[in-house]
Design a protein around this ligand. Structure first.
Ligand SMILES: Nc1ncnc2c1ncn2[C@@H]1O[C@H](COP(=O)(O)OP(=O)(O)OP(=O)(O)O)[C@@H](O)[C@H]1O
Ligand SMILES: [Mg+2]
Length: 511
């Protein structure tokens, strides 16, 4: 007889069903796992053997064959321990096989029979819900699974013995509750930044329309400081975005205690980050920083210090909002719809363009440094702002009266206008002006006559690319939304163009 237990295999954010088949036959005692298991799955034999022993059972002295079907789908990860162990328990009659048939199981076993937390419980729970089944998972992941659906039957066990008792009806495990992570500690506030009004305005526009933003300026002018204050003015995640973000965190194993948070992700990888760390990949094709920042902000500080090839690998995901990692035997897709914020000095010594500064290396200092950021990458950035050095006179001033709270309310108002407009257009996959397609922006941001003339002249003078042209329109639409205007005017286009100017001739600061 063959015992069956269902589990899942993760392909990107998708959880595909895997049938764990366990057969006990006579013959030489042996324990084999087939169906493309990776090293971790193959090692599960030892963990299962010890966990069963610790639970007062031993592996039957028979030939045990475990098949993970479909056999041509690679199986990676430690979450196969529990379904295989449950399959063996069902095969020896220690658990009722027909009850297990209504569940999807995943979890890692410790040698003492306890069930350890694993990554990916949330997408597994959603897949179980779609299959009209319940979920058996580690106790530490129960509250994460509870987010999938209020009707999902969840058995979050502490150990193999506890699970066996539950299915025998001697000790019922109660359903876990979904939990939200309380974010303690206030976010850094914009009130701390003295002066830099243009940069603050750009930050507000970026937050309002979800635009990519680049700060260029000398050391110590407050670029990193400004960027780190973006989360304090961004609106919280919508329920749908929250689920998307949490699924990726779950796959990456980064949901602490199975609790979800409605704060937008803000990821700031160090500039030594590799391609795999940034776009995803590596041994198990895990999501990279760009996917972990999905629906949030990816902050690249000291932009030219990143490996130019790594930066260029972001070009395609920045356009499509998703990243595809192709591997020898399969391809994996992760969502990656991000807002990019970057900061850089104008040159290696950092002082190009500062009044009175003469660099010993002259123009080469600027050219070599800026050449590390490619033209096409720069073309994707809507707002480029030169952040000048702060003067002592600015620093002595009392803190500005306006802080993050006031800016956040203006941002929220502009975002509401955008949401209403997209709703009226019957679009539910797009939330910000920056994400809209060229056809949509042509319709939403058609400028008046004088605005059209300005845009035509400026596009010719600046030799704007087609992408640049549409991005100017998107920023202008956001500026009109901030003003509460239905029509995009000349003034909005003029301001949007002014943010496009630095870098349009590949020179980010003049010396
Ligand atoms: N506008 C400002 N208002 C108040 N403090 C500031 C301002 N700008 C800079 N500072 C102070 O200077 C410190 C350094 O700023 P920050 O790290 O943001 O500079 P930066 O522009 O990122 O420099 P670098 O190019 O070297 O990375 C801040 O921690 C803050 O104490
Ligand atoms: Mg900095």
């Amino acid at each position: 007889m063959v015992a069956h237990v269902t589990t899942v295999s993760f392909q990107g954010v998708e959880a595909l069903p895997v049938d764990v088949q366990v057969q006990l036959t006579g013959g030489q005692p042996n324990f084999t796992i087939v169906g493309l298991p990776d090293k971790t799955v193959a090692e599960s034999r030892e963990r299962i053997r010890s966990a069963l022993l610790a639970s007062g059972l031993s592996l039957p002295s028979k030939r045990i064959v475990v098949n993970l079907a479909p056999a041509d789908l690679p199986k990676e990860g430690s979450h196969y321990d529990l379904p295989i162990a449950l399959g063996i328990l069902a095969a020896i009659g220690a658990l009722p096989g027909e009850q297990l048939a209504g569940f999807v199981a995943l979890g890692e076993l410790a040698l003492d029979g306890t069930i350890a937390e694993v990554a990916g419980v949330l997408p597994a729970a959603m897949a179980a819900n779609e299959m009209d089944r319940g979920l058996i998972c580690p106790v530490g992941c129960g509250s994460e699974a509870a987010w999938a659906s209020p009707d999902l039957d969840i058995v979050a066990g502490r150990s193999l013995i506890q699970l066996a008792n539950h299915f025998k009806g001697t000790q019922i495990i109660s359903r876990p509750e979904p939990k939200i992570r309380e974010m303690t500690g206030a976010l850094p506030d914009l009130r701390d930044v003295k002066g830099q009004e243009t940069a603050k305005r750009a930050l507000e526009i970026a937050a309002a329309g979800g635009h990519h933003l680049l700060f260029i300026g000398p050391p110590g002018s407050g670029k990193s400081m400004l960027a780190s204050r973006l989360p304090s003015i961004l609106p919280p995640l919508t329920p749908r975005e929250l689920l998307e973000v949490s699924i990726i965190s779950s796959i990456a194993g980064q949901l602490a205690d199975g609790k979800l948070t409605d704060r937008r992700p803000f990821r700031e990888p160090h500039h030594s980050a590799s391609m795999a760390a940034l776009v995803g990949g590596g041994l198990r094709a895990k999501p990279g920083e760009i996917s972990l920042a999905h629906n949030g902000v990816l902050f690249l500080d000291e932009l030219p210090e990143f490996n130019p090839q790594v930066l260029d690998s972001l070009r395609q995901p920045l356009e499509t909002g998703s990243v595809v990692i192709a591997r020898a035997n399969h391809r994996v897709q992760y969502p990656a719809r991000i807002q990019l914020v970057a900061a850089m000095n104008p040159c290696k010594c950092g002082m190009a363009g500062s009044p009175g500064h003469v660099c010993r290396r002259g123009r080469a200092c600027v050219d070599d440094y800026q050449a590390r950021v490619s033209g096409p990458f720069l073309d994707r950035i809507d707002l480029r702002v030169e952040v000048g050095a702060v003067t002592a006179a600015d620093l002595i001033l009392p803190p500005p009266s306006e802080g993050s709270q006031e800016v956040a309310s203006r941002v929220a108002r502009a975002r509401n206008l955008q949401a209403k407009r997209f709703e009226a257009m019957g679009i539910d996959t797009i939330a910000t002006n920056a994400q809209s397609t060229a056809a949509m922006i042509d319709e939403m941001a058609a400028p008046d006559a004088s605005g059209s003339k300005l845009l035509r002249d400026a596009a010719e003078t600046l030799r704007l690319s087609a992408r640049g042209y549409h991005r100017v329109l998107k920023v202008a639409r956001t500026l009109a939304d901030l003003d509460g205007e239905t029509k995009v005017g000349r003034i909005h286009l003029a301001e949007a163009l002014s943010y496009r100017m630095p870098g349009e001739n590949r020179m980010l600061a003049s010396i």
